[in-house]
Design a protein around this ligand. Structure first.
Ligand code: NAD
Length: 411
């Protein structure tokens, strides 16, 4: 077992944490609101993160380097070394230089420190990789299994945050919001132009690929729009849930995309889902369909998406996930027609940051004390997929090509 559950507390650990850069305007930022609402439980009853304490103010920027996930005082107080950096690409990066004697790596999907097999090989002391968020595909999970490294994430911490973003982008595409906003900002009152690609979603067929925590939250939020709801997943929902939401279940993604006007993608990236939306699958969609992908960029074939938008087969594409990240400056999704992309932000609202920072602290407290990490946080443990990993992933690796992230230059 890689969990130190039978051991005494760990001392003198080196924790390397890769976070996104501070705001260009400086840190700390000026906040738009005084705080965030207090939640008591997640929608399925799962308990919120439960560290012994936190050293931060919920609602503050925790996910950037100076925010440091609010962990500095806690780790330094126990005598551990805590290195935080945004410098993650290439052999001369701080991340690669600190890796060889790191015991724990913390990274985020938004600014992922790709833990490829080569980097895992260099990190001979590494025993724990924590994702400050959800989605651990930036780790070569096969290499982690082979090396008996535990991989875990903060399940539920930003699932509703992403669902809200997906619903926003579904509406932005179908109503054609962003070009209309453009008319206001540029000046003009060209109603015919502004309305020429704008539709009501009412009555449309809307489907999700995967109805896990996020996919189900999207279905629940779309129901009041009086649309026909569809889903596919390798685990079928209960008949009660299907009935309550009026869902049509599809045995496979081909069946779902053939009937839907809008498809929202919510499965993790793993070898089974990589390149799922390729030329052939997109070709099975109705002309004028929309895709929203807040799951992972690599689930969609980059160039097939561009071609389908250029030909008009797809009416629009949105999402917040790219491959690699940061997306190189010449990534074609930045300039393709009829897109409503954001950078990878849906799961790192200030609200979500408080939950993933607290969840990372909970995981560290368990690990350092030699207590088990919650099963639902586990992706890999003991040389195999575990917990949520066993439910939602397949074995193998999806980090190939991630070194392309080094081509990005800050604007
Ligand atoms: P989850 O584990 O609750 O749900 C994942 C679902 O995917 C499960 O129901 C599983 O059965 C299904 N699935 C897995 N492989 C499948 C396949 N081949 N075909 C059909 N269904 C399949 O996870 P979640 O909280 O809903 O998150 C899902 C994913 O969303 C994450 O893994 C991550 O990649 C992404 N995510 C993105 C952001 C963001 O900021 N954009 C934030 C959080 C999560």
């Amino acid at each position: 077992m890689s969990s130190p559950s039978a051991q005494r507390a760990l001392s003198n650990q080196k924790v390397v944490c890769v976070l996104y850069d501070d705001p260009a305007a400086g840190f700390p930022p000026k906040y738009a609101r005084e705080g965030i609402p207090t939640l008591t439980r997640y929608p399925d009853g799962q308990a919120l993160p439960s560290p012994s304490a936190v050293d931060f103010t919920p609602g503050h920027l925790l996910g950037s380097v100076s925010g440091g996930l609010g962990l500095e005082r806690f780790l330094a107080g126990l005598g551990h070394r805590f290195i935080v950096t945004a410098d993650k690409e290439g052999p001369d990066s701080v991340f690669e230089r600190e890796l060889p004697d790191a015991d724990v790596v913390i990274s985020q999907p938004f600014w992922p420190a790709y833990l490829t097999a080569e980097r895992i090989e260099k990190a001979q002391r590494l025993k724990l990789a924590i994702t400050a968020g959800i989605g651990s595909d930036h780790v070569d999970l096969q290499a982690a299994m082979d090396r008996n490294i535990t991989v875990c994430e903060v399940t539920w911490c930003n699932s509703v945050s992403v669902a809200e973003h997906a619903v926003m982008q579904i509406l932005a595409l179908v109503r054609d919001y962003i070009p209309q906003y453009g008319w206001v900002v540029r000046g003009g009152w060209n109603i015919a132009d502004a309305a020429s690609r704008s539709y009501d979603i009412e009555g449309m067929d809307v489907g999700v690929v995967a109805a896990g925590r996020i996919g189900l939250a999207v279905l629940k939020r779309m129901k009041p729009f009086d649309v026909k709801l569809h889903y596919t997943d390798r685990h079928r929902l209960s008949l009660d849930v299907e009935k309550e939401l009026g869902l049509t279940f599809h045995e496979n993604v081909e069946s779902l995309v053939g009937v839907c006007d809008v498809v929202s993608i919510h499965c993790p990236l793993h070898p089974e889902t990589e390149d799922m939306f390729d030329e052939a699958l997109i070709g099975k969609m109705k002309r004028g369909s929309y895709i929203v992908n807040t799951a992972r960029g690599k689930i969609c074939n980059r160039d097939a998406i561009v071609r389908a938008l250029e030909s008009g087969h797809l009416a629009g594409y949105a999402g917040d996930v790219w491959f690699p990240q940061p997306a190189p400056n010449d990534h074609p999704w930045r300039t393709m027609p009829n897109h409503a992309m954001t950078p990878h932000t849906s799961g790192t609202s200030l609200s979500a940051q408080a939950r993933y920072a607290a969840g990372v602290r909970e995981i560290l407290e368990c690990w350092l004390d030699g207590r088990p990490i919650r099963n639902e946080y586990l992706i890999v443990q003991g040389g195999g997929l575990a917990g949520t990993g066993a439910h939602s992933y397949s074995e193998g690796d999806s980090t190939g090509g991630s070194e392309e992230a080094g081509r990005y230059t800050a604007g």
